[in-house]
Write a protein that binds this ligand. Structure first.
Ligand code: ADP
Ligand code: MG
Length: 387
């Protein structure tokens, strides 16, 4: 399947640029099982890679020109001068791959020769499934290999995040890029964002008779609207008030005492979310390691309530999808990603998965919401070369 995708993208590259690409690479989107808004607090996250990927056919150039094209965006290739790349110069979608070239150079990597790039992605965009990270990581991996940079996976993720933060201007954490760069098939990625250490946690849904559904509410989230930055600033204010570098250092056992020292009601809610969600990641991993994935369900529901009530990053569609899924018999469900729209992740017994999917669609119809896109996912592979 992926080899056919790779061949198709390679053929399009040849059509577009007049020669076969030197190689074709893929990087997945991700769905986060649990641990939300924790990655900029040096906390824990537990994402898994989607089977959906961004695919890039790439050839090196030697004249300092970067040509970028996406099958999914109308228009011809965007042509940029590598030496002139500066934050703010990238326009629209091209800022993601251009930002990666800029970030590679900013980190001292000699990619000044430029490249021809043709992209195509099956990751839904703006659905909280990290189509942006997939685009960045596939570009960084391809250029890293073609220029012989010897980048480690965490280095690729850091470059990709730097591109999104500083060049595109989105203040995201490191989870999405690490998930895309480091995930492996059949596993969730337990990532400690303090030092980027990680462990592959076996997550074999089929062996347990379980299914994971993603419900894309089709409500476009927009992280750029300031709400994300506001949560981030609130968490930083909480850490300062508690005299710690980051909220990672606040133990859940001392939470009541820590909350008692905070005077700002909003900051107190944010701190409670981050500290309890870190604890939920640890409890989830203990359950998965113990071979009891069903027991993760209630933690998802708890996590959603915390995002809805304490962090206040949910929206009516996300809340309704979670409620409908659980009422229809799911083991648990929660919003995933930055919120304000995007997707919900649902853990469900195989036998009731179809009924849960149907029930969510029906409830949305009755509420007058757009029809959600519901699809099953199994943990996919991280970024890789296809050909
Ligand atoms: P998410 O990462 O949750 O999908 P973002 O807003 O962070 O949402 O990133 C979506 C943006 O990434 C799109 O608006 C577009 O600029 C870019 N993008 C994603 N996929 C593609 C693609 N296949 N071709 C061109 N640009 C893409
Ligand atoms: Mg994104």
């Amino acid at each position: 399947m992926t080899s056919a995708v790779g061949a198709g993208v390679a053929a399009e590259f040849q059509e577009l640029y007049g020669a076969a690409p030197e190689g074709v690479w893929a990087a997945p989107g991700r769905v986060n099982l649990i641990g939300e808004y924790t990655d900029f607090n040096e906390g824990f996250v537990l994402p898994l890679a989607l089977p959906h990927t961004a695919v890039a056919a790439v050839s090196r150039r030697d004249d300092g020109v970067l040509r970028l094209h996406s099958r999914d965006v109308p228009g011809g290739p965007v042509r940029l001068d590598v030496a002139a790349l500066e934050p703010g110069t990238g326009d629209g979608w091209a800022a993601y791959p251009a930002g990666v070239v800029w970030a590679l150079r900013a980190a001292g990597h000699p990619v000044g020769g430029g490249a021809d790039v043709h992209l195509a992605s099956s990751v839904p965009t703006g659905a909280g499934l990290s189509s942006s990270a997939a685009l960045e990581v596939v570009t960084a991996l391809a250029l890293g290999e073609q220029y012989g940079l010897g980048l480690t996976r965490p280095e690729i993720a850091r470059i990709a995040q730097h591109a999104e933060n500083a060049f595109v201007g989105v203040p995201c954490g490191i989870m999405d890029q690490m998930a895309s760069a480091c995930a492996t098939e059949g596993h969730a990625l337990f990532l400690d964002t303090r030092d980027l250490s990680y462990r592959q946690v076996p997550f074999d849904l089929a062996a347990h008779g379980l299914r994971l559904l993603v419900v894309d509410t089709r409500v476009k989230h927009a992280l750029g609207d300031g709400a994300y930055a506001e949560r981030r600033a609130g968490c930083e204010a909480g850490a300062r008030a508690l005299g710690v570098r980051t909220l990672r250092e606040v133990g859940v056992a001392h939470l009541p005492e820590s909350l008692g020292r905070l005077t700002d009601e909003t900051v107190r809610r944010y701190v409670r979310h981050v500290v309890t969600d870190n604890a939920r990641v640890e409890r989830t991993i203990a359950l998965l390691d113990a071979g009891d994935p069903r027991a993760v369900g209630p933690l998802l529901v708890e996590g959603h309530a915390s995002l809805r009530d304490d962090l206040r990053v949910s929206c009516p569609e996300l809340d309704l999808a979670v409620r409908a899924a659980v009422e229809a018999g799911a083991l648990g469900a929660r919003m995933t990603g930055g919120g304000f729209g995007g997707s919900v992740v649902v853990l469900v017994e195989d036998g009731v998965a179809d009924e849960v999917a149907r029930a969510v669609g029906e409830v949305f119809r009755v509420a007058g919401f757009a029809e959600p896109r519901v699809f099953p996912v199994v943990p996919g592979a991280g970024a890789r070369r296809l050909r």
